[in-house]
Design a protein around this ligand. Sequence first.
Ligand code: NDP
Length: 403
Amino acid sequence: MSKVIIVGAGGVGKVVAHKCAQAEDIFTDILLASRTVEKCERIAEEIAHMRGRVLRTCALDADNVSAVTRLLETEKPDLLINVALPYQDLPLMDACLAAGVDYMDTANYEPLDNPKFEYKYQWAYRERFKEANVMALLGSGFDPGVTNVFCAYAQKHLFDEIHTVDIVDVNAGNHGLPFATNFNPEINIREITQEGRYWEEGEYKAVSPMSVKCDYHFPAGIGSQPLYLLYHEELESLALNLKGLKRIRFWMGFSENYLNHLKVLENVGMTSHEPVVFEGKKISPVAFLRSVLPDPASLAERYTGKICIGCDITGVKNGQTKRYFVHSILDHVETYTDTRSQAISYSTGVPAVTGAAMVVTGKWRKDGVYNMEECDPDPFLELMPKLGIPWDVTELDPAGAIK
Ligand code: NDP
């Protein structure tokens, strides 16, 4: 029995709304709020039609702290689920602090004028949240999110000491369009065009964008896929929280076609955040690019194929070297049947709802600001398959780990 406010009605917000509506024993009152209320209304209509449940909707500017605080004081929800953009994290955390409401998100805060993947802004709220008896759960998507939980599970059940973690993420699906991003284009493109970084023996090492590549063999018929080393935000908290860790890296798969399009866009300046003056107005090229690319949510009905995201972990158990692959596989057609969404949005929205359930049912509830691996992985991994994402552990030959 809980009341939640979902902020953001994009690709992920839609899945979160569907899944909260589906888990009616946990989420009894749902308000979907976003900048463009028509998007909330369309999602609510779809849910009423597919699931027979009524969601309330309202317009909300998440950057306006006093407006959000007023809404929270009026509604008194148990939790605010932030699935707007990373730029809204701090205003929403400020409003939650002011109104005494628990907070959750799926991506770390980024200032609009200096967007970078780092937790320092949100970790700076730890004391204030503790003192106000409020919880903030950070990064409850898939990566970050489930990947952190997989590492916590491995630390708790599979290893005495974890030595290396390689997080691997591939979308082996096909939407049939020449070029589109699977989630918010600004953030997606920045992940790929920024310097690659990984953590080893206590320090970060940088590599040029997309310069380190490996081939990785995925299960479930996905097979061998080229992966590229990227920086990803969960590395920052996992490097601090995993016992005995020597190295952690993140790898993502891209097709040749995707990379060629991106290279051209980058070469002509379309991936830049630096504002340019166009017809007398300042515009950011990547924000303009976003407006002409397909809406990621619109890819859903044409997508086929599978995605796989997992943690390939080596370490020691009872004095023996071990290697496990803890992973999930999703099928775009199945996720579309369930929530009219593609598997990337689904793989973020279902863990967001699982994390939300952990907070509102008290299983993870504690005052302060926490990353996912700081909470008990077991109840999360028990609930996630019931909400739509199965997971599995495979033991692998340590000699075959990515070099
Ligand atoms: P979209 O761009 O599809 O949706 C964002 C939504 O937020 C839109 O409805 C948008 O409104 C709304 N919004 C933006 N600014 C405001 C504002 N100031 N006030 C109110 N609403 C606002 O993004 P996605 O759904 O793809 O992604 C949502 C979040 O999930 C992002 O933070 C993204 O980084 C994160 N993510 C996390 C992943 C993970 O695994 N951890 C993976 C993928 C995404 P409008 O419609 O008016 O533009």
